[in-house]
Ligand binder design. Structure first.
Ligand SMILES: *Cc1c(COP(=O)(O)O)cnc(C)c1O
Length: 393
């Protein structure tokens, strides 16, 4: 694989995995007559939809754009409620505010940190229009239960699939169902186009929001400057500027082709971490339920605070001292000042999300990291535990 990192250097948290194929393709596109949304973007939409078994795909400039369009396509607007999880990145919830609806947070399951279907059911009111599930770290949410609840109450089900490529639930790829699912190609995600995203779903649902992605221009007027294109266009809705470029699309084409190989490497790293920490009661290792295939976007290690005087913050400092990049996923939504102040949340309102946030950290994970770098991370983490064990003895 291209661009290996030397073992004595800083271990980055999630470096991108860009090879010569992507670089050549981007240069080739830059030398062509067409840079922005065009035939390559169209082709990439089809390649991606095929890869996850979706009827249709809409290539966008972010996952956030996809989540926003999914709400619009589901008819969510002012006065409505959308039930979602506090254990996510702000984008999931910000877009609910953008359409004028009210985000209704419910707590997560303690093992997967995904939205808890029982709590979803209990939070439904006559104003509820949609449920947004997030596949935390790449472990699919309980889609069987969520689908049943959505069907029973006639709600739209939206998947924030930013972490879930490629993940499976009951043998089917996340993104392969008829409801909306939004993927991210942000620089740190399992595949990247620098910035970018893809909305999948039934052809009907995806076509419904297609005009919104490019100013609200009618039909496929993106080709109005190409051969056979017409100068005439009509604005059918005040749309957004959410389109993907052909430069990104052909980068994505190669990233998609390499996804299987990258996934295998992620799994190897996850297994090495599990093995490296298995003999410590101090840690809770990531869950993986029988009905899922995990995308391993993140390796989230949790400290059992009863078993250890080691804290998450101490471990984060140890990693930083040893030139290892780590991160925390996520600062729960209800702790952020905008949401706390607008909805009057207290930290303990979602105790499972809060307590897990306080004891969790995400270790470096990328196909670009070498075995020796993974070993170095394991050694530093083990060393930090041993140090607290010695102090306690
Ligand atoms: C990264 C991320 C997003 C946003 O993706 P963008 O492509 O940057 O818009 C949304 N939700 C979750 C859970 C994410 O991790």
């Amino acid at each position: 694989m291209a661009n290996k990192i030397r073992s004595t250097e800083y271990v980055p948290f999630s470096p991108p995995c860009i090879g010569d194929e992507e670089i050549a393709e981007v240069l080739d596109t830059l030398r062509s007559d067409w840079l922005t949304t065009g035939p390559k973007t169209k082709a990439f939409e089809e390649q991606f939809a095929d890869a996850v078994g979706a009827e249709a795909g809409l290539a966008l400039n972010s996952c956030t754009a996809g989540l926003h369009l999914a709400l619009l396509g589901s008819g969510v607007g002012p006065g409505h409620e959308v039930i979602t999880t506090p254990m996510t990145f702000a984008a999931t919830v910000n877009v609910i505010e953008h359409v004028g609806a009210r985000p209704v947070l419910v707590d997560v399951e303690p093992d997967t940190l995904n939205i808890d279907p029982d709590r979803v059911e209990a939070a439904i009111t006559p104003l509820t229009r949609a449920i947004t599930a997030v596949h935390f770290a790449g472990h699919p949410a309980d889609m069987k239960s969520l689908r049943e609840i959505a069907a029973r109450h006639d709600l739209s089900l939206i998947e924030d699939a930013a972490h879930a490529l490629p993940a499976k639930f009951d043998g089917r790829f996340v993104g392969g169902d008829s409801n909306y699912a939004s993927f991210s190609f942000y620089a740190t995600k399992n595949m990247t186009t620098g910035e970018g995203g893809m909305l999948t779903g039934s052809r009907e649902l995806v076509d419904r929001v297609r005009p919104f992605a490019l100013h609200g221009i009618s039909r496929d007027a993106w080709n109005r400057y190409g051969p056979g294109g017409s100068w005439a266009y009509d604005i059918v809705t005040p749309g957004f500027k959410y389109n993907m470029t052909d430069i990104q699309a052909w980068l994505g084409k190669w990233q998609l082709r390499k996804l299987g190989a990258c996934q295998k490497r992620r799994q190897e790293m996850e297994e090495a971490y599990n093995e490296g920490f298995a003999d410590f009661d101090e840690f809770e290792l990531p869950a993986q339920r029988g009905e899922v295939e995990h995308a391993w976007h993140l390796y989230v290690l949790r400290i059992r605070q009863q078993a250890s005087s080691l804290t998450r913050d101490k471990l984060m400092s140890k990693l930083a001292e040893n030139k290892i990049g780590a991160s925390v996923h996520f600062i729960p939504i209800h702790v952020h000042s905008y949401y706390r102040e607008k909805y009057g949340f207290a930290p303990r309102d979602f105790p499972i999300a809060l307590s897990n946030y306080q004891r969790a950290l995400s270790l470096p994970l990328s196909p670009r990291l070498t075995d020796s770098q993974v070993e170095r991370v394991i050694d530093v983490v083990r060393g930090a535990v041993r140090q607290t064990q010695r102090r306690a003895a």
